[in-house]
Write a protein that binds this ligand. Structure first.
Ligand SMILES: NC(=O)c1ccc[n+]([C@@H]2O[C@H](COP(=O)([O-])OP(=O)(O)OC[C@H]3O[C@@H](n4cnc5c(N)ncnc54)[C@H](OP(=O)(O)O)[C@@H]3O)[C@@H](O)[C@H]2O)c1
Length: 330
């Protein structure tokens, strides 16, 4: 079988498309013929060496996948050959990645794909959807009627946060960098979408939420915590989940005197049981239409190196025209 893999970490050119032996499903694993995979920023950090894990070499890149079960390892009773499934959290903690024609995945990391949902959409929604669900419901305990501000609402995570928060009955305010992206935020359910490039944009948040927001989700890699804490309501919560090297000043006084809570979030460290709660809810939300991913482009798996270049330019350097997920088809 063919796979997009690296022999050592480095720039996107390290990714080559090569033959590997088809894996054999071990006890508790299923073998999946991959229908689609999706790129996430973390894929580029792992490939580039910015986030380091022990991984098998050659290392197949990628975390997300959707496809069809073609064989079951010993002891697998919960899933059957022919079932369509999706998942994430591969390619880390020593597990092999997903950008291949066929993959073997432990069943603790797979979720059923609803009949009417395409593999492209299930893969595109995987890591970003689980992240959003974990943060909103397990970390921040979002309640109906609360107001959520998503700084970076047009990205993979931001779009999922808007839709899932809205489906829970929260009011949502989002920021985005272009007119087209702000329109999409409104279509996903935001009541207000603000241009984050505009000086003093926080005034618009205060007009809509004069008491402050109950939950502020900052997806940016270098958050302005003075501004963020100022926008929080008394007792408000804030989620931070990006920018490993960021060391912004923290406004201790305003933060504690409003009894606020700061929540760090790292999706891939959540247990399989915690992620299954998200996975099952995402399958339901995809089936009902409450959640639908935006796909920027679909490429053949042979173009994985290009996909990494495009994702890196957008997420790290803020350049390019990416608006939605990059999905690849083996
Ligand atoms: N901790 C975790 O578990 C976890 C999980 C997933 C992702 N992440 C991290 O979270 C970040 C977002 O992930 P993603 O998949 O959503 O990435 P993405 O799809 O590349 O989205 C990035 C978003 O950031 C926005 N943005 C860029 N500069 C901004 C600024 N100055 N102010 C406000 N928004 C700005 C972009 O807005 P426009 O496109 O509108 O300009 C876009 O919406 C990445 O750094 C990723 O590594 C962490």
């Amino acid at each position: 079988m063919k796979a997009a893999l690296i022999h050592e970490v480095g720039p996107p050119e390290q990714i080559i498309f090569e033959d590997l032996p088809t894996p054999t499903p071990q006890r508790g694993e299923v073998l999946i013929r991959v229908g689609a995979v999706a790129v996430n920023p973390i894929d580029t950090y792992i490939r580039g060496g910015a986030v380091s894990f022990d991984f098998p070499l050659p290392y197949i890149v990628g975390c997300d996948f959707a496809g069809t079960i073609v064989a079951c390892g010993e002891g697998v009773k919960e899933f059957q050959i022919g079932e369509r499934v999706w998942g994430s959290n591969q390619g880390i903690f020593g597990r092999q990645g997903t950008f291949a024609e066929v993959i073997a995945v432990p069943i603790e990391w797979i979720y059923r794909t609803p009949d009417d949902v395409r593999d492209e959409d299930a893969a595109a929604q995987a890591l970003v959807g689980i992240t959003a669900h974990l943060g909103l419901f397990q970390r921040a305990q979002l309640q109906a009627g609360e107001t959520v501000l998503v700084n970076g609402g047009s990205g993979g995570v931001g779009a999922s946060v808007i839709q899932l928060a809205r489906a829970q009955g929260a009011r949502v305010i989002a920021t985005a960098g272009s007119e087209e992206k702000r329109t999409a935020c409104i279509e996903w359910g935001a009541e207000l979408a603000i241009d984050y490039r505009q000086e003093g944009w926080e005034k618009e948040v205060k007009e809509l939420a004069p008491q402050g927001v109950h939950l502020l989700w900052d997806t940016t890699r270098d958050p302005d915590l003075d501004r963020d804490v100022d926008l929080l309501a008394r007792g408000g919560r804030m989620i931070l989940m990006a920018g490993r090297d960021a060391r912004p000043p923290f406004p201790v006084g305003p933060f504690y005197s409003k009894s606020c809570t700061l929540l760090g979030l790292i999706m891939f460290a959540a247990s399989a049981a915690e992620q299954r709660i998200c996975g099952n809810a995402i399958s339901d939300a995809l089936a009902s239409g409450a959640l639908s991913p935006r796909i920027d482009r679909v490429l053949p798996l042979t173009e994985t190196a290009d996909a990494h270049r495009i994702q890196e330019e957008a997420t790290i350097h803020g350049r390019g025209q990416l608006f939605g997920k990059i999905v690849l088809i083996p």
